[in-house]
Write a protein that binds this ligand. Structure first.
Ligand code: FA5
Length: 340
């Protein structure tokens, strides 16, 4: 600087301060800031040069301009410190962002499963029957001959045993322990342990040596219903089935009973539900509890009457969701299951 008058030095200080502020604001790297700080405040800086030129001023001006120079220097140092803090903060933010474990994001990417179709049907059945005043009962899946057959009025010579394709378990005497072939043994267990009146449904897994095809599975699910009370008639049974069918399938579906035979009910019936094309589909069996069965459980048939019903939950799911093949329910193909 050739002109070293007080006013020229003052003007130069102002220019330096303005230029430094502009440069510091645009710095975005620490190394660049270090270089700039050296340039602004170092031994060879313009500021240092101006300080040397103070020597030529008279004492009064030297003090005044010297103070100004010190103020400018303090101002620049503060600006450098502020810029350093700004860069450090940005660096911390960047590192935090890079190291963050975004767990919510990973959860979003894992596909969520849902309750299986058959479990949905079973839950809904339970809700409907509980809404009608029934309670839920359960029994073991491995049963004895007494509960699965004998107490149900199916002695070992009885031809009806043949229709059950029983899967026996190698335990105890031959053919005395088995995977239950229906949920009817729960009727016996409940009547043995509970005083009437009884209003229960018993959903659960059942097993038969049936070959899997479009309408059969070797392991499937049934739901059993049992009512024991005074003055119970076949009309109560028909009304209960109709009310259940309407609650489960909707108002437009009706039911009918057809005469049939089960050793544990007398009279016995199969029950069907109406289909949209005007036809009927078989859902299960039912009837008035046979007096021998009541007696086998210590219930007096002169005082108490009962009705029972049992049907397949998997078959019900097939009807409700209009599936072509019951085996779809156990193939575990997620593309199929995720539709329901
Ligand atoms: C019985 O099992 C009787 N215990 C039902 C009963 C209970 C009658 C109370 C009277 C009083 P059945 O063998 O018909 O009956 O089987 C009832 C239902 O189980 C059938 O209508 C069908 O829906 C279902 N079912 C039977 N076998 C299979 C199978 N292999 N796969 C899928 N569902 C089946």
């Amino acid at each position: 600087m050739s002109d070293s008058s007080p006013s020229a030095i003052t003007a130069e200080l102002e220019r330096l301060a303005a230029e430094a502020t502009r440069k510091l604001a645009s710095v975005d790297e620490l190394a660049e800031l270090d270089r700039l700080a050296g340039e602004l405040l170092g031994k060879r800086s313009a500021l240092a040069g101006l300080k040397t030129s103070l020597g030529a001023l008279d004492p009064e001006d030297r003090r005044r301009v010297g103070r100004l120079l010190n103020d400018t220097r303090a101002e620049l140092e503060a600006a450098v410190t502020a810029a350093r803090e700004r860069l450090a903060q940005a660096e911390r933010r960047r590192r935090l962002e890079a190291e963050r474990l975004d767990l919510t994001e990973s959860l979003d990417r894992i596909p969520r499963g849902h309750v299986h179709l058959v479990s949905q049907a079973r839950d809904r059945l339970e809700d409907v029957f509980v809404g009608m005043g029934f309670t839920i009962a359960e029994g073991p899946e491995v049963e004895t001959d007494w509960y699965n057959f004998e107490a149900l009025n199916i002695p070992d010579w009885h031809p009806a045993r043949g229709s059950f394709d029983t899967l026996f378990v190698e335990l105890g005497e031959p053919e005395q322990v088995m995977l239950r072939s229906h949920t009817s043994p729960v009727q016996i267990r409940v009547m043995e342990s509970t005083e009437p009146p009884i209003y229960i449904v018993a959903p659960g897994r059942t097993y038969r040596a049936d070959t899997a095809d479009a309408t059969h599975l070797p392991a499937f699910n049934q739901i059993e219903g049992l009512v024991v009370d005074e003055d119970i008639t076949m009309a109560d049974l028909a009304g209960t089935i109709d009310e259940f069918v309407k609650a489960f399938f909707g108002g437009e579906v009706t039911s009918r009973l057809r005469p049939s035979y089960f050793p544990f009910t007398e009279p016995s019936a199969e029950f069907d539900i109406s289909t949209p094309d005007g036809g009927w589909l078989e859902l299960g069996g039912c009837g008035m509890v046979h007096p021998n069965v009541l007696r086998n459980c210590g219930v007096d048939p002169e005082r108490w009457q009962g009705f029972a019903f049992g049907f397949g939950i998997d078959r019900l799911a097939v009807m409700r969701y209009r599936l072509d093949d019951i085996r779809e329910l156990v193939n575990n193909d997620v593309r199929f299951l995720s539709q329901f």
